[in-house]
Design a protein around this ligand. Structure first.
Ligand code: NAD
Ligand code: UDP
Length: 319
């Protein structure tokens, strides 16, 4: 059953990378979409193609301030996601997660709306358990440079579950693992966009540390499908649920793949490893498979092809 047809759906952070793809998908499903964003890391360019659609509405708004609108469903994605961006103004990052969650939960409570939180694999910190299952409580530094993001997201999860227990709110919590695809910000410092842009320009590929740290990369369309299934799941299923691609690669492997696929002459240049950079990360997606019948369909190579085509067009002024 399509639960989104004719529903009023709010997407916070809707002009960002994941948000813009989600807005697009919701419109395809017949929803009436309200996108709010303060354009900190997102851009009008990401949603330019949606602005003519009468079922799409854009509002400039910062989630750290209360919002009074009427909707049925809320996807709370507002928050810078790349370490470079979330560390520019760490206090604002925590406020966005915590005050943003309080404001959006308050809105959901007044409207009795379903609400999904875009949480993160960062709640597991530098994990001691591998792969990471939802029952693992994590290994997070509370006072380091990544803490504004990690602890902000952890506190947001707490708020979601307290609103659920205290006010019987219908919540969904998605723990998103590294996701990539078209419309990532070319300068946001995340590894996939960095490597592709560097390879296309023929610049050295900056591998931090020795490049043996690992990540698992999910293509954006798979992630959006996960969001849709989670929001459509029965009320009893709140999550938290891991959403990500279990394929695991080291950063050196990723660098070599990107060089191969772009036919680039770039060399690999090692740079210092950032503080508290997690050593390894891979989702255990058993719960998502069982409860949502969801698993990623797009393999890394295929997803990289599509993302490379996007950045190629962007850098040559065609996008
Ligand atoms: P993004 O930076 O492209 O998008 C975030 C959006 O939120 C941007 O449009 C930004 O302008 C907006 N925003 C930031 N602060 C805001 C505020 N105070 N009020 C209103 N809007 C605000 O990042 P993304 O990759 O699209 O991430 C979306 C969400 O998914 C984030 O919550 C992020 O933490 C989560 N997430 C993403 C990944 C990933 O790999 N992409 C992984 C884990 C979690
Ligand atoms: N990384 C890298 N070179 C870059 C950017 C990132 O080697 O130019 C590494 C980074 O140190 C980390 C991994 O790639 O180990 C993923 O980094 P990203 O910032 O994309 O996401 P996160 O660390 O939040 O998973």
């Amino acid at each position: 059953m399509n639960r989104f047809a004719n529903k009023r759906v709010l997407v916070t952070g809707g002009a960002g990378f994941l948000g813009s793809h989600l807005c697009e998908r919701l419109l395809q499903e017949g929803a009436d979409v309200l996108c709010i964003d303060n354009f900190f890391t997102g851009s009008k360019r990401n949603i330019l193609h949606l602005l003519d659609n009468p079922y799409f509405e854009l509002m400039r708004h910062d989630v750290t301030f209360p919002l009074y609108v009427e909707v049925d469903t809320i996807f709370n994605l507002a928050c810078p996601a790349s370490p470079v961006h979330y560390q520019v103004d760490p206090v604002q990052t925590t406020k966005t997660s915590v005050h943003g969650a309080i404001n959006m939960l308050g809105l959901a409570k007044r409207l009795r709306a379903r609400i999904m939180q875009a949480s993160t694999s960062e709640v597991y910190g530098d994990p001691r358990v591998h792969p990471q299952g939802e029952e693992y409580w994590g290994n997070v530094n509370p006072i380091g440079p990544r803490s504004c993001y990690d602890e902000g997201k952890r506190c947001a999860e707490t708020l979601f579950f307290d609103y659920h227990r205290q006010h019987r709110l219908r919540i969904k919590v998605a723990r998103i693992f590294n996701t990539y695809g078209p419309r990532m910000h070319p300068n946001d410092g995340r590894v996939v966009s960095n490597f592709i842009v560097q390879a296309l320009r023929g610049d050295p590929i900056t591998v931090y540390g020795d490049g043996t740290q690992s990540r698992s990369f999910c293509y954006v369309d798979d992630m959006v499908e996960g969001f849709m299934r989670l929001m459509n799941a029965p009320d009893e299923f709140t999550g938290p649920v891991n959403l990500g691609n279990p394929g695991e690669f080291t950063m050196l492997e990723l660098a070599r793949k990107v060089i191969d696929l772009t036919h680039s002459r770039s060399s690999i240049a090692h740079a210092p490893l950032p503080t508290d950079d997690p050593r390894q990360r891979r989702p255990d997606i058993t719960l998502a498979r069982e409860q949502l019948d969801w698993e990623p369909r797009i393999a890394l190579e295929e997803g990289l092809h599509r993302t490379i085509a996007y950045f190629d067009a962007l850098l040559s002024g065609r996008e």
